[in-house]
Ligand binder design. Sequence first.
Ligand code: 5RP
Length: 222
Amino acid sequence: MNLKQMVGIEAASYVKDDMIVGLGTGSTAYYFIEELGRRVQEEELHIQGVPTSFASRKQAKALGIPVKTIDEVSYVDLVVDGADEISADFQGIKGGGAALLFEKIVASYAKQVIWIVDQSKLVTKLGRFPLPVEVVPYGEKQLFQLFEEKGYRPSFRLTADGELLVTDCQHHIIDLHLDVIEQPHALDEELNQLVGVVEHGLFLEMVQTVIIGQEDGVKTIV
Ligand code: 5RP
């Protein structure tokens, strides 16, 4: 069993009958959803899933997990999601899978947020992983230029075929190659104020539990 699978299965043990569960996106959340699907089928677990991407929605539906959108539920008990980086003070970068907008919305309304990662995602300070910024296409070149002027080393996210990546909400992503983010809260505020920025991948003060897959087993930090 690989580390991502280990943490996915561990996180699924937090899910109890009748919960409304946010379903994260990515190669680690994939294993969480698979295990939830197994429990729904084999243990008759009754839950409702709130997927954070079309991909997770498709996976959940194929496994027989009933799915709702965030607007069809009145609350979310917990969300389990992956992360691209987690700093020593529990702040995160997400959006490597381009699902940051739905992920942040679902996490914002969840009573509990759990991140599942392998040990490679733990860093002292954020920023080595390029910070995704989701933008509306209209005016995106102006934003790109602004980021260049600020020294943020932007690049448009492309697909494997070299096309501009389009998110589930028909936006584009500009990745900022910052190397290190000394003041995440200040950057969060700065990006939030830019017109045309829909959301960005800094997830600050959002997580309560991190489940880490290590060579010697699973470690949970609360
Ligand atoms: C998607 C995400 C993912 O959770 C993040 O990229 C981690 O993915 P993986 O588990 O595949 O490493 O934020 O937008």
